[in-house]
Design a protein around this ligand. Sequence first.
Ligand code: ADP
Length: 325
Amino acid sequence: GNFVPPIRNNGGSTSNMTSRVIGKNDDSMGDSTRKCLEMLCGPDGELPEKLRNLEPRLIEHVSNEIMDKDPNVRWDDIANSCQPAIAGLEHAKKCVTEMVIWPLLRPDIFRGCRSPGRGLLLFGPPGTGKTMIGKAIAGEAKATFFYISASSLTSKWIGEGEKLVRALFGVACCRQPAVIFVDEIDSLLSQEQQTDLKNWMKQHGGDLQNVYIFPFLHQARAWIIRNLLEKDGLFKLTEEETNIVCKLTEGYSGSDMKNLVKDASMGPLREALQQGVGITKLNKEDMRPVILKDFETALQEVRPSVSSSELGTYEEWNRQFGSLA
Ligand code: ADP
């Protein structure tokens, strides 16, 4: 709709910038870059205005590395990892649906009083499903997903971050509706600025929803064990056994649980191979299902990645700025 990307129009182009038409004899451009630009051209064969005067290599990087045309994540793939437990994912879903998905689907309705907020900040420890939620937003809104890690702008793209961000918004404009997910946004701020951010949010918090995504509750941990193993027909634990695993995994995040299930699922394979059958001769049907003992062994390898003191910091932030604070 009225969205204006942060792209300057520099007027004339220079040799390493895109121009209106992709020069057929432009040797400075590799085949893959040319192909990538051609895919962004309109039916008239011209590059959209928003992409003109950007560096082709950056457009190619955005198209190949940052853009994900089919994020392939739906709400149903995400375990409930939001607080409070009762509102849970329902709360995140409601915020996200009203703030992002509906406005993307019906920009004509979301105008004036209904203009969506400035943004949605998902915060919480790593591995709790924030990126998954970003992808689910794109999946549900049938939008193209763009993922950029803010920390890469200050490490890998030193001095070029601004240009890359411009290329990102340019390509996203041509691929609307689009969801741009900026990961680790706090890495752009110094400690001092983080304090300022808090002040800023105190004043403008109404425009920005904060949803706290935190390490799994007992039932979410049970859900992920069942969900991942059932996909492979390997879930045979009783309710009581599942509860034991859940009790032993207090403070585990979604990705910790995924790693744990992965490791446990190797148990039957390792055992079968110990009997002397080679991997190539192994009959899949001869392997036993994953049992509690496999989880107990895996627990010695896979430890929670978030410490309780780190968790305390997020919880304090949630108390001050969370959407339900
Ligand atoms: P974050 O963005 O919070 O660091 P991710 O969304 O990248 O976390 O999660 C990493 C992986 O861990 C996911 O790809 C998924 O396999 C698993 N995972 C994390 N959280 C969840 C969740 N809430 N439900 C299901 N799987 C999860």
